[in-house]
Design a protein around this ligand. Structure first.
Ligand code: HBI
Ligand code: FE
Length: 275
């Protein structure tokens, strides 16, 4: 069955993925045999470059779990990763053709299924890619799904997303995803480290996010985060910092409906954190 492709942002390009392969829930089969030697080589080179700069910049939980993805020389079969992941936290990876609409995305997360784009960028896009590809989704997101507390947070986020969709509050909740799961920073033993997938899969933003004096770094606070707009085409100008994954999980235990109501009356902050 053919589902509609999704385009976020102001992009003029059609999305890369072939959505005619997708089932009704937007998942598809990972066509592993279709990867070329060049695809595996791109993955290998991205993996090498990024894993080399993790010490001192990435959350320890991420570094510890990274080998669970399997051999770095080639794009893993998602089913192989699933043998380890499902045993660790009950999560499983499902292949998708690319970005999918919010409600099916939230639905998968609520079922502890993480959608992973199955295609990889072209060599000329080595440093920057507009849409998430398999390197971003797998290398960036999957290691922390091996952490039980973080894994529970992502599921709870999915459940919250389904509720936000019913309340017309997806945009506000998306900002929480952006500033935690994609671009979150954590303080570990007093030192700043990255745990967000958008940071961890980017060669340039990883040292920038953790060390540059340029961006603002604020303690994560729900209302503040959901009032802050974000940029999708540049390094972040504001990051939100947590003290532990438990803090993230506990913060989202509350009912968000009153927060959304409160947010309606509050001005937004620009992406640089100023009003
Ligand atoms: N689809 N495949 C995929 N990956 C995402 O990260 C993603 C998505 N659809 C929607 C979405 N993210 C955002 O709306 C988040 O804010 C939830
Ligand atoms: Fe992502």
């Amino acid at each position: 069955m053919a589902v509609e492709p999704v385009v976020y942002g102001a992009s003029e390009r059609p999305p890369r993925g072939d959505y005619s392969r997708a089932r009704d829930d937007y998942t598809c089969a990972q066509d592993w045999s279709a990867y070329t030697a060049q695809d595996h080589d791109t993955y290998h080179r991205l993996y090498e470059r990024q894993s080399a700069q993790l010490p001192g910049l990435a959350s320890q939980a991420f570094i510890d779990a990274l080998p669970s993805l399997g051999a770095k020389e080639r794009i893993p079969r998602f089913d192989d990763v699933n043998e380890r992941l499902t045993r660790a936290t009950g999560w499983q990876l499902v292949a998708v053709p690319g970005l999918i609409p919010e409600v099916p995305f939230f639905q998968l997360l609520a079922e502890r299924k993480f959608p992973v784009t199955d295609w990889i960028r072209q060599p000329e896009e080595f440093d920057y890619i507009v849409e998430p590809d398999v390197f971003h989704d797998l290398f960036g997101h999957v290691p922390l799904l091996f952490n039980p507390v973080f894994a529970d947070y992502v599921q709870r986020y999915g459940e919250g997303g389904l509720k936000a969709a019913r309340l017309g509050a997806c945009e506000m909740l998306s900002r929480l995803y952006w500033y935690t799961i994609e671009f979150g920073l954590i303080r570990e033993d007093g030192a700043l480290r990255a745990y967000g997938a958008g940071i961890l899969s980017s060669a340039g933003e990883l040292p920038y996010a953790v060390r540059s004096p340029e961006p603002r770094r604020l303690p994560l606070e729900l209302l503040r985060t959901m009032r802050t707009r974000y940029k999708i085409d540049s390094y972040q100008q504001t990051y939100f910092v947590i003290d532990s994954f438990q803090q993230l999980f506990d913060l989202t235990a509350q009912d968000f409906a009153p927060l959304y109501a409160q947010l309606q009356g509050l001005p937004e902050f620009a992406a640089d954190g100023r009003d």
